[in-house]
Design a protein around this ligand. Structure first.
Ligand code: C2E
Ligand code: MG
Ligand code: MG
Ligand code: MG
Length: 276
């Protein structure tokens, strides 16, 4: 921590900013250079099929291997990247890196799928579906093996134009998942209008479901909603075995969280996969 602090000071971040714990902010040039220099790296977190206990998919989670600050997490830079108009570039490089890695993982687990996070700015462009299709084609990965995770606010931002892009993505064979379900706004409106295949229950509900009756009710309703709307349900933030067992009882399809595994580097995940 001290060394990071020294680096920060060297890089002209004021001591006051750091002491106050303010978020460090990055310039467009810095982020553009990071993309050009390939400083973004992927971690993978398994999503298991609850009934069989087997891994079915991995979520690609981006990190920035910053030359001075060490590993920087997406919450620190995704919205900046969006603001600077660089998000299509990031999403493309994430998808292409993840497809390349998926090919290696498929040697051990041929059925393995991939989930990639997509933001609201990605789905305004009518060229976006074709862009993703080209990347998956180049890597010989079928769109059918790829799920795009969108947060609720991503869709609600510009509902009519995004619905067009979403249905084009579906027509190309990509699956769509509604991420952090229950924390955005107008969730039901989106389920009603957009062609989602999967509902991802937010971890605020999953993590409290055994200690808080309201959280439990919400989890149950999400699972029921998923079943009745013919969607798969995935619970995120599963941190212990009791929660996993309860989700199994409730008929939830998939689980992701620290109890199964933390997000892992390429090498760590390869080892994890071999140990399964
Ligand atoms: P998300 O898509 O909801 O991803 C799940 C986040 O929850 C990850 O944080 C993961 O490390 C964390 N998590 C997983 N299991 C547990 C658990 O059991 N307990 C707790 N407390 N946390 C858990 P991470 O990697 O920091 O990512 C944060 C967010 O950044 C993601 O939320 C996603 O919205 C965004 N993000 C990550 N990678 C990308 C990317 O490549 N592109 C875009 N556009 N956004 C990304
Ligand atoms: Mg996600
Ligand atoms: Mg989520
Ligand atoms: Mg989340």
């Amino acid at each position: 921590r001290f060394i990071t602090l020294l680096h920060n000071v060297k890089n002209n971040y004021t001591r006051k900013e750091l002491v106050q714990g303010k978020k460090i902010t990055f310039s467009r040039q810095e982020l553009k250079a990071a993309l050009a220099n390939d400083e973004f790296t992927m971690h993978y977190q398994p999503q298991i099929d609850i009934a069989s206990g087997k891994v079915r998919s991995i979520e690609a989670l981006v990190r920035w291997q910053h030359p001075h600050l060490g590993l920087v997490y997406p919450d620190e830079f995704i919205s900046l990247i969006e603001g600077f108009g660089l998000i299509d570039e990031l999403t493309s490089s994430v998808l292409s890196a993840a497809c390349e890695d998926l090919k290696q993982f498929k040697v051990y687990q041929p059925q393995l799928n991939l989930s990639v996070n997509v933001t609201s700015d990605n789905i305004v462009s009518l060229a976006f579906p074709e862009l993703l299709k080209n990347i998956s084609d180049e890597n010989n990965i079928k769109p059918n093996d790829i799920t795009l995770e969108l947060t609720e606010s991503a869709v609600m931002g510009h509902l009519t134009s995004s619905l067009d892009v979403l249905s084009r993505l579906r027509m190309k064979g990509f699956h769509l998942s509604i991420d952090d379900f229950g924390t955005g706004y107008s969730s039901l409106q989106q389920l009603y209008q957009a062609p989602f295949n999967e509902l991802k229950i937010d971890r605020t509900f999953t993590s409290k479901m055994l200690v808080d009756n309201e959280a439990m009710v919400i989890v149950k309703i999400c699972i029921m909603l998923g079943k009745m709307l013919n969607m798969k349900t995935l619970a995120e933030g599963v941190e212990n075995e009791e929660i996993l067992n309860e989700l199994k009882q409730l008929g939830c399809d998939y689980a992701q969280g620290y109890f199964v595994s933390k997000p892992l580097s390429f090498n760590q995940f390869s080892e994890w996969l071999l140990s399964q």
